[in-house]
Design a protein around this ligand. Structure first.
Ligand code: PMP
Length: 361
């Protein structure tokens, strides 16, 4: 045994547990546990990945100018106010790294994304969990939890794993009432699934204490590439860039993301398919006796009678080659999070849940 002592708080970090992609002894498995795009990335992004092979002996761009310009063009944002990271996880990490440390508090909500408390602990800050109301973020509860130690407030909109959304007015109310030393992070990982939603960009533009983060891992189907971005007031971007590694994104990732963000037809197609199949699957599950809140994302939070039933259904789905996500760790023991797959996947899930419920009747 060595005598090395990790920094305070590190051993309190729970290891992030990703979803398995296989079930022992079961073939034809469909993974519906990580909210990935079932259709994969745009063919244009795949072509960009292949083309990037000729660049692999060169270091990638340090300023991501081409990708930021593309994002700026598509979203109508100033590229100078955009920062890119290794997944939006890295952009979220820049924020806690820059603004929080030992003795500071980082607020997230009860059913908030599991990385938020991990990120807080990574920098020695204290994660503060705030209650939600009916699986929805409660702005008043967040404001009550704020103190002079609050440095960062994380809020996913739409939220994971609840799939619910907070109205823009509520978010504006939160941003306006935060203590002056606190920054609000609007995590828009699922923003593209909401038709016409800007992810909070207008709120960022109108204030000096709001950051929006976005990802290429969900609607763009590039989870394996690890690209995310943030949009924030210029002075915040200037701070975040100081702690960003100069070559954080590979040439392949940069080119894939640029091609993906420019392929609007593909994004629109994926959004439309998700909207259609999400409504169909939610309807089928409800008919089978498994209700869910109206989803604003590419997953459904399926609710069961109790924890026992949710776990039994998960086990049954696995035996049928369907991997979904248990969310007890998010304070939702009675629920399972199911990614909206393609037609075949949704049909298989609907049939499997129906036979599971029939077997218990
Ligand atoms: N925020 C939320 C709400 C998420 O669900 C995820 C991925 N599960 C992320 C951020 C991080 O995504 P990525 O690092 O792949 O961009």
């Amino acid at each position: 045994m060595n005598k090395l002592t990790p920094q305070p708080g590190i051993m309190d970090i729970a290891l992030y547990r990703g979803g398995a992609a296989h079930v022992e002894g079961v073939s034809n498995v469909i993974k519906l546990s990580s909210n990935e795009n079932p259709y994969g990335p745009s063919p244009k992004a795949m072509a960009a990945v292949r083309d990037s092979a000729s660049l692999l002996h060169r270091y990638p761009s340090t300023d991501h100018a081409a990708l930021r310009a593309a994002i700026g063009e598509v979203h109508g944002l100033n590229p100078a106010q955009i920062i890119c990271g290794v997944g939006s996880d890295e952009v979220l990490q820049f924020v806690v790294h820059a603004y929080a440390g030992p003795g500071d508090e980082v607020i997230y909500t009860k059913h908030g994304f599991s990385m938020y408390p991990i990120l807080a602990r990574m920098v020695g800050a204290t994660p503060v969990q705030v209650d939600e109301r009916d699986r929805k973020v409660d702005v008043d509860a967040i404001l009550t939890a704020c103190s002079e130690c609050t440095k960062v407030v994380f809020l996913a909109n739409p939220a994971n794993p609840t799939s619910t959304m907070l109205a823009e007015g509520e978010i504006a109310r939160l941003a306006d009432a935060l203590p002056p030393q606190a920054v609000l992070v609007l995590d828009g990982a699922y923003a593209e699934f909401v038709d016409g939603f800007d992810g909070g960009a207008a709120l960022v533009a109108a204030r000096d204490n709001v950051i929006m983060t976005r990802t290429f891992s969900k609607i763009y189907g590039l989870g394996g590439m690890r690209v995310g971005w943030g949009y924030a007031p210029q002075d915040i971007i200037d701070v975040l860039n100081r702690i960003r590694q100069p070559f954080n994104l590979s040439s392949t990732a940069l080119l894939a993301a640029e091609a993906a963000v420019r392929d609007r037809d593909y994004v629109d197609h994926c959004r439309a398919e998700n909207t259609r199949l999400r409504a169909w699957l939610a309807g089928e599950l409800a008919e089978a006796g498994v209700p869910s809140d109206t989803s604003c994302t590419n997953f459904i939070l399926a609710r069961f009678a109790d924890r026992d039933e949710a776990e039994a259904c998960d086990t049954y789905l696995q035996s049928q080659g369907l991997i979904v996500r248990r969310v007890a760790g998010y304070g939702l023991p009675n629920a399972l999070r199911i990614t909206v797959g393609d037609d075949a996947a949704c049909k298989r899930v609907a049939e499997a849940v129906r036979s599971f419920k029939a077997g218990r009747a």
